[in-house]
Design a protein around this ligand. Sequence first.
Ligand code: HEM
Length: 482
Amino acid sequence: MGRNILIWIFFLLLLVWKYIKVLKNYIRCVMFSAFLPGPEGLPFLGNILTLKNSDRLVDLGTNASQYFGRIFRAWVLFLPFVFVYEPDDLKIILSNSKASEKNFLYCIMHTFIGDGLITNNGGKWKQNRRLVQHYFQIHYIENYFDIFANISQEFTANLSTKKCVKITEFVNSLVLNILHKAVLGISSTDDNPFRRGELLILKRILKPWLLLETVFKHSDMSKRERRQNITLHQYVKKVLNERLCERKKKKIVTSPSLLDYFIELMETTRFSEKDVVNESVTFMLAGQDSVGATIAFTLYYLAKHQDIQEKLLKEITDVSPENVPYSLDQINRMTYLEQCIKETMRLAPSVPIISRVLTSDIVLDNYTLPAGLNVFISPFITHRLPHIFKNPLNYDPERFSSENLKKIPSHGFIPYSAGPRNCIGYKFAYLQMKTILATLIKNYRFKLIPGKENLSFKYRVTLRAKAGIFLEIVPRSKIYVD
Ligand code: HEM
């Protein structure tokens, strides 16, 4: 009896100690943030309403360093968030995975995405990242080239030339078809559930009582997200089961998909069947809007800057003068195309913000950030710092020529984040985006439409064009089809 009481007291003290530590950290974060500059907020709500105002967000993102200096804070209710955007500071935070982890905002995504590399922390993330990383080496990625090239060509051949095409819709459909084939090894259909997914993270922050898991799980929003999550997981599980049946029948897979590699891991390592499904869903979602938005934004900037589009066309036709499908080597030689994509990702990074919580104090040049602090890292802000990129609002692919590239400081260009939790799919994304854009630009000229010349952003988890992007498409010559 006496021993039981002692054990209870021990656990109680442990609990009290844990909460005292959390409280102590919270008070340190509030004290630290209270003295930082930042946008004006409302009592109690803080800066929540700013999240609804895309124009204000773009203004803050473009002028942060002029308004606030090196770092600034924003409040979501009583929680402070600190924005860090100078390359030297980012290097310290992003390269030290022991000092920072993904924070509670990624738990919000969990209901929809489920477990996977994006949402996991700790040992599970470490194990799966190490196993999956192997299949993202360039020689594996290059195996997908035929999928990228064939589907791009098929879509380009069927692109109707109209005075006004909603380019965002066209590109998203093209990217989803490619992902289906490359990740799941099947062709996409019109009713596949990945066409309908929606992350409700922003809507949830705008109704902050829904940030409490106990309240959220009874809401319609939560039910909708859980239904979507179940549908996506069931869909992938069905594809996996069919694939496993084919393997039992010893059907030979000529061009393996990512799912085939995951099955290989399942058969040889601790990667479980659940991991196969979770990671496949994660990769299907991670590779969709990010790539789609970058391609659509690039076409917009090329339509706006006809001289740059002409220069790019010259590179494409110099490398590939014949009207025949590209080879991998030709795509790899298109360096100006890569510069154009990078310049798009500088001005319009499709992941405009990522977030971390500090697990220990971090010393920067002028500040010590306290443990427990929620930090926002915004490629959108960093890429618009005028002391890193002169005339930051100008679209100029020359910034990424081999000569000028050396002048960009480490962590000055971070569209894929950096450090151990950087984007695992970035080589996949570059090759895919280059192949799609080279196919489109060789066959069509893209032009702005009078009255729809302006691009205004809206922030979701990915950056989007407010009302979509509409362009005029003019055929260059008769298109080639196999
Ligand atoms: C233009 C295209 C893309 C951009 C700009 C992009 C950007 C990013 C960024 C910024 C992160 C870090 C997120 C964070 O720390 O919160 C990330 C992570 C990730 N990305 Fe991408 N991404 C792109 C394409 C892709 C593609 C094509 C795939 C897969 C096929 C992919 C898979 C992932 C995964 C699995 C992670 C989580 C990695 C980890 O934490 O270990 N991404 N991406």
